[in-house]
Structure formats: C-alpha cells, structure tokens
Design a protein around this ligand. Structure first.
Ligand code: COA
Length: 535
C-alpha cells in the first residue's frame, strides 16, 4: 500500500477561499444542530424536568458505556417542516455501546409535542429498526410518547411503513433473535402501548410510566368509567397485576441501570471477522478537507486528496489506477478496518462502470466493506455513448452495487445527481449508513440542466402551436426551476426527509465510517451472489 501523493498548497488562494466558504457552511450547520438538539420549547423542557424526568439525550448518555460516544442519526429530521415544531422529529435515534455491545437506541423526546409521531418521527423509528435488523443489533426503546400526532393521522397511521410497522418490526427482530427491550419512562398510549407489550423485556418507572390502549378521557367517553392514569395503567398495575411490564424502577436512572443489567444476560452475537490492522491517523491532516470539499460543484475536485485525508496513514492500494480515471477504486484501512473505496472523479463512462463493477466483485469475494464517496453528475450522454451501450454497462454497475453482499457505506461529499446516485449506492441501494457533507447536493439533475431540459420541452410544445416564449417569460421559468432545485437539492432538504442518516462534519467522516463498519460486524457477511449481468 502506498501513501497517496499530495502537493496541496494550503496557502494558495483557491484553497483558502474554498476553506472560508466551507467553514461558513459548517458554522451554519453546527448552529442549526445545536438548536435542534435542545429539544422542545424552554417551557416544555422545564415542565419535563420538574416531573423528575431526564431529557432523551441525557437518558441515552446514562445508558451507554462510560467513555463511549453515541452515533446520533438524522438529528435534523423534520427541519424546516411543520413550522419547525418538531426538532429532530421529536425522537432521538442512533447507535450506542451498552455493555460492550453496539445497540440501536430509540428515545422519544416528550418535550416535543408530547413525544408524538408525525411522518418523519415514524420514518426515523423505522429506519433505526432497519439498521438493527441489517446489523443484528439489540434495540432499546425509551418510551415517552402520546402516540400518533392526531392532526396528521393520515400520514402516520394506515400505510405499510407507518405506525403499525413498529410492531411488525419488533416481532421480526425478536424472531431473528435480536433482543427488544423497552423502558417506559412516560406516556405510552394507544398503539404506542404495543412497544413495551411487544418487547422481550420491559421496565417501567413508578409514578411516571403509563401504558394503556385508551387513556382516562377515552375510557370515560367510551364507558363512563372514571379512573386515574396510575390506576388504569401505571407501573404497579403492569408489574403486579397485568404482567404487561417485567421490572419496576424508582426513577429514570434506576430504569437505565436495570436495562444495563439485562444486557449482561444477552447472548453474544457471532461476529464477522475482518483482518483488522493497528489504527493509524491519516498522514495528511483531515482539517484540510475544508479547503478541498467541493463547495462550488462546477470546479474540478481532487478526489484522491480527499481520500488521503480520510484513510489510515493516507495509504491506498489503488486498483486500475491508470484505467478509466473518472472513478478511483482501491483498498485502504479506516481505523484499522479494511475497506474498498469507490470514489467519483468525473462522469461515468462505460469503462468507468466496468472498472467499478470489477472492483465490487473483488470486495464481495474478499468480504471487504465498501465505502462510496459520491461526487457525481451522472452517466455520460450522447449518441456515441448510447451506441456503445452506456446503459448496458451502467446496468452492470447498478447490479453489482445492488447485490454486493458486503456492508456498503455512502458519503455524499459533493453532488449526487441522476442515475449516478444509484450506481454509487444511493439510499435505494441500502448502504448500511449514508451521510452528507453540509455542502452536498442531491437531485435528479443539476438545477441548470433541469431548467434547460424543461425550457426545451416547453419551447417545442409552443412551437407546435405556432407560439413562443418571450425572453421575460423564459427567464421567469428558468428562475422558478433553478430556485426549486436549489431548495430541494440542499443537504438540509434531504436530511429533513431522511433521504440520508445525517449531515456530518467532514473531519469526522473516518470516525462515522469506522463506527458503521464496527456495527456491521455483528452479522456475518453472506457469500457473494450476483444476478445476470447484461454483456
Ligand atoms: N396529537 C397531537 N398533539 C398532541 C398529542 C396527540 N396525540 N398529544 C399531545 N399533543 C400535544 C399537545 O397539544 C401539546 O401541544 P402544544 O405544545 O403545541 O401545546 C403538546 O403535545 C404537549 O402536550 P401536554 O398535554 O401539554 O403535555 P404533557 O406532557 O402534560 O402530556 C401526553 C403529554 C402525551 C401524556 C398528553 O398530551 C396526552 O395524553 N396526549 C394524548 C395521547 C393520546 O390519547 N394519544 C392517542 C394517540 S393514538
């Protein structure tokens, strides 16, 4: 393995300008994230604390092993939707280490609309369960929720991937031997009552947790019976009368301790073995990523230099270095874990797709996780390339990405446009984790290209009717499309809708990838199995 050559001049004007623009973006991201992580309104937080309850993120900190960090996912979910009334979509999800075991944690934030579920809350909960299933990780549910956000019932209740899916998933996860543990730390109403009831083991906090299918107001309306919440479904009822919960806790801290004790009894997973080396920091400073990250997508990107600031010792064993240079493929290490890197270095031609396909086969054969670094405008277009079968060769790459039986991880470091998104393990290709840098952009094509395509179509339509657009009309239409693409293509728009698992600071890319690879080892990688490649 050779150290990647780097002749970056960090005092050069271009580098410094890029760094300055990037740091502005990063500051904006960090400000938004800090605000969102405060949870609900000050009043709601105060009320929550007065009840003797810990905040969702405080609960998580107490559950995970001391000295370890929590990999929080999609903290900006629901950002700039519903008048920003659902910070983090009212739920905190992520991966933490509990008794040495990577664990999916799903914690309602009761300071946000009573911890109720709107559509992104549902998506986040289900995405976390999907991660648990793919990687064989136990789940801890910290329940403190009023159930469905009733004004939006049509977007959270009936569909396949709505509220009902939580319980389907719990049954499937449990059937796969993946432990399901619930801690009832507040309200747990209606459908929500099934979270603890469907769990393998359930803890409930005295005078704080409640579980019922219908709360006191509903019972009164339905039957006329008057009953307090505690009498109807409090901790004592469920641990000594109904049997819906298994352990009673005196407070949040005690409940978390009982949960940690449960982890001592769990069966250890059979791990996938990788040839792990000693960790080496990159030789070139990851802080230099700020000067290299593609802020202006029109400028060429030095992708090899980006790789050099992500991988151990900045070393890579490059594969087909001289061939099809618009994609970089090579073996490297991240925090000692072996990885196959696939990074865009221009548009995808036929030979680019074939090189990547060959490399994916190598990774699948050798059982090495693949890291995709996306900065892709798409596949090459034009008569010459269609005739040579770009669709046929592109399909091979898409096949290989879809069926590669090793964990895939995707980081969108720049643009992610068109079918390039698919070929480079976009969300639909089930990478175990997908992150965006704050400068990243994602859409079916760039705004300018979309504006040109739509204007051409419009002009042809009008031409057929012997009409034409005035230049003012043309400009107005162009602007409308550009504005729409700019807004919908931003990393914030994506992360708000869970098209990714979160926006990250580039210098933490290696850490996030390493945590992801480590969690993926909880499930053995299957043998390689590919379908029919169009030759
Ligand atoms: N749908 C929509 N909004 C809800 C809600 C629900 N199911 N449950 C609570 N909220 C909202 C409240 O309107 C309030 O909104 P606001 O901050 O804009 O005023 C906020 O959540 C907090 O509710 P509040 O009752 O003040 O908080 P609390 O901590 O005292 O109680 C609950 C929280 C969840 C225990 C209580 O609100 C409740 O019982 N909700 C109804 C639960 C229910 O019956 N769900 C059925 C779902 S199928």
């Amino acid at each position: 393995m050779y150290r990647i050559d780097s002749k970056i001049n960090t005092n050069e004007k271009e580098f410094l300008e890029n760094k300055e623009s990037f740091l502005k973006l990063l500051k904006e991201f960090k400000t938004i994230q800090a605000q969102v992580c405060k949870g609900g309104s000050e009043m709601a937080v105060k009320k929550h604390k007065q009840r003797g309850k810990l905040l969702a993120r405080e609960r998580i900190d107490l559950l995970i092993d001391e000295g370890t960090s929590f990999l929080e996912l999609s903290s900006l979910a629901a950002y700039e939707q519903n008048n920003n009334e659902f910070p983090s979509a009212g739920i905190v999800t992520g991966i933490g280490i509990v008794h040495g075991r990577e664990t999916v944690i799903i914690a309602n934030d009761a300071t946000v609309k009573g911890g109720t579920y709107m559509k992104e809350t549902i998506k986040k909960h289900i995405r976390a369960q999907e991660i648990a299933l793919e990687n064989n990780l136990p789940c801890v549910y910290m329940v403190d929720s009023g159930g469905a956000f009733l004004p939006e019932q049509a977007t959270v209740f009936p569909d396949k991937f709505h509220f009902g899916r939580f319980f389907f998933n719990q049954a499937q996860l449990s059937a796969n031997g993946i432990p399901q543990i619930a801690i009832v730390m507040g309200s747990c109403t209606a459908g929500g009552a099934y979270v603890p009831a469907m769990s393998d083991e359930t803890i409930i906090v005295r005078n704080q947790g409640t579980i019922f299918i219908g709360g006191p107001p509903l019972v009164k309306a339905a039957t006329g019976e008057e009953v307090s919440a505690e009498e109807l479904g409090g901790a004592e009822v469920h641990t000594s009368i109904s049997g819906v919960a298994d352990h009673i806790a005196e407070n949040d801290q005690h409940a978390l301790m009982i949960c940690r004790n449960i982890f001592k009894t769990l069966k250890k997973p059979e791990k996938q073995c990788l040839d792990v080396k000693e960790i080496e920091e990159p030789f070139f400073d990851p802080n230099e990523l700020y000067g290299l990250a593609p802020v202006n997508l029109k400028k060429p990107v030095q992708m090899r230099q980006i790789i050099a600031r992500i991988v151990d010792a900045s070393k890579m064993h490059e594969f087909k270095a001289e061939y099809a240079p618009t994609i970089i493929t090579g073996f490297a290490h991240i925090y000692g874990f072996p990885v196959g890197i696939i990074a865009n270095n221009g548009v995808i031609f036929s030979e680019t797709a074939l090189k990547a396909t060959h490399f994916i086969e190598l990774c699948a054969q050798r059982k090495i996780p693949i890291v995709f670094l996306q900065n892709i405008t798409g596949f090459i277009v034009g008569k010459e390339y269609e005739h040579k079968g770009i669709a046929r060769d592109g399909a091979k790459m898409v096949h290989a990405v879809a069926t590669a039986n090793v964990p895939k991880f995707t980081v969108v470091v720049g643009g992610s446009f068109g079918a390039g998104n698919y070929a480079m393990a976009g969300r639909a290709y089930e990478p175990r984790l997908l992150f965006m840098w704050p400068n990243a952009k994602i859409s079916v094509m760039g705004g300018e290209q979309a504006a040109n395509v739509l204007l051409t179509v419009k002009k042809e339509q009008l031409h057929a009717q012997a009409k034409k657009l005035s230049s003012a009309q043309e400009e107005a239409l162009r602007k409308e499309i550009l504005d729409k693409y700019n807004q919908e293509g931003s990393a914030y728009y994506s992360t708000s809708r869970l098209w990714d698992d979160g926006i990250i600071d580039p210098i933490h890319t290696r850490k996030y990838l390493a945590l992801g690879i480590s969690m993926s080892l909880n499930k053995k990688f299957p043998e390689p199995k590919f379908g029919v490649f169009r030759m």
